[in-house]
Ligand binder design. Structure first.
Ligand code: MRU
Length: 353
């Protein structure tokens, strides 16, 4: 099992060919590791948000393909690839908005597509999935090092949802920037929005930051604007689930913070790895995940809304790029005009397409 001291969200267990992960639905009450031995288990864990956060979904997608490869009993290469392809389609359909999921899946699929035998494909799939996970830590650390320069020596940072170690392999994107700033000796206080309805902010971000001894204060999402008006927020930093040519998709509520931050003259930053970029598309082409009504209408056994009420439960929203002051990546801080920054970034690291 994983070493919980290092808060490693997800890992591939070589000996058993299975995935070990922290079940995030149990936090903050319990930090427990689970094991996925089938692709169906993994798809269920992703749908239930036991594994969540864009980079972690990328790793899960890559490991899901490795899992399908390890479990396939087909001996003919064609039938084996068809088998793994079906598993990949199942995983791809679990959460449509976070582009990292498909990115992780495709990365391993591309590798096994050129294997000469089933055995080679199985070995290559496990190695590539492990590489995706290992790279994620490196990417987050680099991104953190670039991003910490945006934070003043003494500041209060507002964040939404959880873009921390739990959303990645470890360290985090938006929280990685904060961790890097704290590691550099800066005095950083964090305001964590609770992030209704599934409370990734209160359950996960607060848990992570307290664990690291970083000053964190929990607020209801709805008090962010008032705190900004009172001068209690120096900057906003969030993660991303997909960055298109014109918008940043992230947890629903992000757009509201971006509009409010601009109104109050507060910088609004996004931290995301290049694997979150989807520059072949624009906002209108993206499917925004809608989740079950029960997430809003109930809290456990308690009813929060009358039977029969219409519920609209988008998991994400899109923030137009003109509200984003900078995007922190592992190759540096991108600034407007983004068309030009994306072109240069694409040249360096092959940002898709
Ligand atoms: O529905 P979730 O919990 O998967 O949503 C996660 C977010 O919106 C995060 O902010 C995003 O994935 C960035 S994580 C580094």
């Amino acid at each position: 099992m994983l070493e919980l001291d290092d808060l490693c969200t997800i890992a591939w267990e070589e000996e058993t060919g299975s995935i070990i992960y922290i079940d995030q639905t149990l936090l903050p009450g319990r930090c427990e590791q689970m094991r996925c031995t089938t692709v169906e288990d993994l798809a269920r864990a992703i749908r239930r948000l036991e594994i969540r956060g864009a980079p972690a979904l990328g790793i899960a997608g890559a490991m899901g393909v490795a899992l399908a490869a390890a479990r396939s009993t087909e001996r003919s290469l064609d039938r084996f690839l068809a088998d793994v392809g079906r598993a990949a389609d199942l995983l791809r359909g679990t959460r449509p908005t976070a582009v990292n999921l498909a990115w992780g899946i495709d990365r391993v699929i591309r590798k096994i597509a050129v294997a000469a035998s089933v055995d080679e494909a199985k070995t290559v799939a496990a190695a590539e999935a492990k590489a995706v996970a290992d790279e994620d830590e490196l990417v987050c650390r680099r991104l953190g090092a670039f991003g910490e320069g945006l934070l003043p020596d003494d500041c209060t940072v507002l964040t939404h949802c959880n873009a921390g170690a739990l959303a990645c392999r470890c360290w985090g994107t938006a929280l990685g920037v904060i961790r890097s700033a704290v590691a550099a000796g800066k005095n950083v206080r964090v305001i964590a929005c609770e992030t209704r309805p599934l409370n990734q902010g209160s359950r996960l971000t607060c848990w992570e930051l307290l664990r690291d001894g970083i000053d964190v204060t929990l607020i209801p999402d709805s008090s962010a604007a008032y705190l900004m008006r009172k001068g209690r927020v120096d900057l906003v930093i969030v993660g991303a689930d997909r960055i298109t040519r014109d918008a940043v998709f992230n947890k629903v509520g992000t757009y509201m913070h971006a509009v409010t931050a601009r109104h109050h003259g507060i910088p609004f930053y996004v931290a995301a790895p290049l694997s979150t970029f989807d520059l072949s598309r624009v906002e209108s082409e993206i499917v925004v995940e809608e989740r079950d009504r029960s997430e809003l209408a109930c809290s456990g056994d308690r009813q929060l809304a009358p039977d029969g009420v219409n519920v609209l439960n988008y998991a994400f929203d899109a923030t137009p790029l003109d509200l984003v002051d900078a995007i922190v990546t592992e190759i540096g801080v991108l600034r407007p005009p983004y068309a030009e920054s994306f072109r240069l970034a694409g040249r360096r690291e092959g940002v898709r397409p």
